[in-house]
Design a protein around this ligand. Structure first.
Ligand SMILES: [Zn+2]
Length: 265
């Protein structure tokens, strides 16, 4: 299995718009503008099974650039973790995927998220006569927390995560799991994560946050679960790449855009 981290930034990316104008403009916070791994687009991953089936998890506003930068031409399905704009804002770009694969794209989401998507992107959910893809076209598949979904060579368990006032979906495939936009994990979610060896997890900042995990919380979860390899994602401008590399315990590292994980199962 292969996992490509398309983006690992918070909702406004790093740097955020603003700051001094010039080649390194933007609000960088504690991030060193000279370190290329501090330049983060919105969080999303592509999970690829042994047979080559690719599941995209979220399509944020940077989706087009992310696919081009990572050298990926297509995916076979998309799953939305929750309907915040930094995770769905690239939905329109998926028409390019329709054109490559030549069919409607399977779209996996809970009933609530599907309703929100239909409201915000009504044109993309109107009846499609084909054969052209002037707008994205989906084949909707309802998923539920606590259930599994199977694709050729890729079995996925879906679990619920607390994300401030709403919930999001976490996904587990074999001994890999992806938990973006999470602040609390129930005992049920933690039991789904039991046995995971490689875990990409939300870590927005060093200090506590009402909707996102922070460093101490992530390290506590890791301790409890005994995860071998933890990769931090959804990082805001307070998370400097090289400072993190120096301070994090062995087995925990910050992600960077374009990071590729080759996993054994
Ligand atoms: Zn969110």
């Amino acid at each position: 299995m292969k996992v490509t981290i398309l983006g690992c930034g918070g909702s406004a990316g790093v740097p955020m718009i603003g700051g001094e104008e010039g080649p390194r403009t933007g609000i960088w916070g504690a991030c060193d503008p000279m370190e290329p791994r501090n330049r983060r687009t919105r969080s999303s991953v592509v999970i690829e099974g042994e047979g080559g089936f690719r599941l995209l998890v979220d399509s944020g506003p940077d989706f087009r650039d992310q696919m081009l930068n990572c050298g990926l031409s297509h995916v076979h399905a998309v799953l939305y973790t929750h309907p915040h704009s930094d995770h769905i804002g690239g939905l329109d770009e998926l028409r390019a995927i329709n054109r490559v694969i030549g069919t409607p794209l399977p779209l996996l989401a809970t009933p609530d998220v599907l309703e929100e998507l239909r409201l915000r992107y009504a044109y993309a959910f109107a009846p499609w006569k084909g054969p052209e893809f002037y707008r994205p076209v989906f084949e909707e598949r309802v998923v539920q927390e606590g259930k599994s979904v199977s694709f050729p060579g890729l079995d996925i368990q879906i679990f619920e995560q607390g994300h401030g006032r709403i919930t999001s979906l976490g996904v587990r495939c074999g001994t890999f799991a992806y938990s973006t936009d999470v602040e609390t994990l129930s005992d049920e979610a933690l039991s789904t994560l039991n046995g995971v060896q490689t875990w990409i997890v939300d870590c927005f900042q060093h200090d506590p946050h009402p909707a996102h995990a922070w460093l101490e919380r992530v390290l506590q979860w890791r301790e409890r679960l005994g995860v071998r390899h933890v990769i931090l994602t959804h990082m805001g401008p307070e998370m400097d790449y090289r400072s993190l590399c120096q301070m994090l315990p062995a087995g925990v590292e910050p992600a960077y855009d374009g990071m590729l994980l080759n996993l054994q199962d």
